[in-house]
Design a protein around this ligand. Structure first.
Ligand code: AMP
Ligand code: MG
Length: 352
């Protein structure tokens, strides 16, 4: 196909004439990448099988990994889901629009391609003004996985989208950097108590405040290899988010982690490998100057979430062979960070 068109749009006040152009492409069966508050999504009309199948094709995404359907009005969940339990309604009232995806029994309207043949549908209402304007104007629910090649770190800028998908999709809306930097929390509402399948910006603590009991699927902690778990969310067993370099994740207290990373750096360098270190504001000074990138601040884990995928992509730009990444506390949004790092890692080193 022809070149991918880039539409630069104001993220606070999207220009209606530009949104109309992109919405028309969606309505006519094309693919449009757009910013959300989590990461950039690759959108298609969720009710039309052909463009949905093209999403899988251009991303090289396994066909059994279902897509999240994005809506612009809370009420549209009633069209996509056969029923919406009262607990789900309470969550919708508290967290939509926002980075929470709910798994519900699907209605007949949703084609099998969108849900990868499952009887459930994943639905979310994003809060990003561009996402909202685009979905409203298209006037169809929009299926949108992250706008990266399958297995790569999710895109947090339009440049990342173009690096992976240029020439493969019709339009990218450039609305600048995204806010959270990690994908939405995915919560299975077809079971009671509800189960977190993927941790994200809406934390387990926040969900418990509304629901009382919430369970965390082992796959969401990602402490054991995903292949060992019978996946409720089939896509979650695939290796994800990975940079080209070999990612080695080091877990433990900050002091233990720093000491272990220094040791690992020495041994990889002895093997002639180019090593990058993904450090934090609090620890970066410990390593000396070479190829150390600061992902964010330990005392504000949101900054680490926001910098995570961008930093992994930057290391690829530097052509390092190995990335030694510091683990963080798996609490709050830290659980989402550790889920992504554990899934991206070729090797996890626990110092405790
Ligand atoms: P992505 O949009 O690429 O971040 O991935 C969407 C995630 O939502 C994947 O991990 C899917 O496995 C999950 N998901 C979407 N729809 C469903 C569904 N019907 N059942 C279980 N998981 C789902
Ligand atoms: Mg993805």
């Amino acid at each position: 196909m022809a070149e991918t068109a880039v539409l630069t749009v104001n993220p606070e006040q999207p220009e209606p004439e530009k949104i109309r152009i992109a919405a028309k492409v969606l309505r006519e069966g094309g693919l449009v990448a757009f910013p959300t508050e989590t990461v950039y999504g690759l959108g298609a009309n969720a009710l039309d099988e052909a463009p949905v199948l093209r999403i899988f094709q251009v991303k090289n995404r396994p066909k059994d990994n279902p897509l999240i359907v994005h809506i612009a009005n809370k009420d549209d969940v009633n069209l996509l889901a056969e029923r919406v339990p009262s607990k789900a309604r309470r969550l919708i009232d508290s967290f939509w629009p926002g980075p929470l995806t709910l798994l519900l029994p699907k209605s007949e309207l949703v084609p099998a391609a969108t849900t990868a043949g499952l009887a459930t549908v994943a639905v979310r209402m994003p809060s990003h003004p561009i996402a909202q304007a685009l979905i409203s104007e298209a006037d169809v629910p929009v299926a949108a996985p992250s706008a990266n090649l399958a297995g790569r770190p999710s895109p947090t800028s339009a440049k990342h989208v173009l690096d992976d998908l240029s020439g493969r999709i019709e339009v990218v809306i450039d609305g600048g950097e995204v806010g959270y930097g990690v994908e939405s929390t995915v919560l299975d509402m077809t079971v009671d108590p509800p189960v977190v399948l993927r941790p994200g910006p809406i934390t387990v603590g926040e969900l418990k405040e509304i629901l009382g009991r919430v369970e965390i699927h082992p796959i969401a902690r990602a402490e054991i290899p995903a292949e060992a778990v019978i996946a409720k969310a089939p896509g979650m067993r695939y290796r994800h988010y990975a940079p080209r370099a070999e990612l080695v994740l080091v877990e433990g207290t900050p002091q233990q982690v720093v000491a272990k990373i220094k040791e690992l750096r020495a041994s990889y360098e002895q093997q002639g490998k180019k090593v990058g270190i993904m450090a934090t504001v609090e620890t970066a000074g410990e390593y000396g100057a070479e190829m150390v990138k600061v992902v964010g601040e330990r005392k504000n884990l949101r900054t680490i979430a926001k910098g995570l995928f961008r930093t992994l992509r930057e290391f690829d730009g530097e052509k390092v062979d190995v990335i030694l990444a510091e683990g963080v506390e798996p609490t709050g949004i830290g659980l989402a960070i550790m889920n992504r790092l554990r899934k991206a890692a070729a090797r996890v080193v626990r110092t405790e």
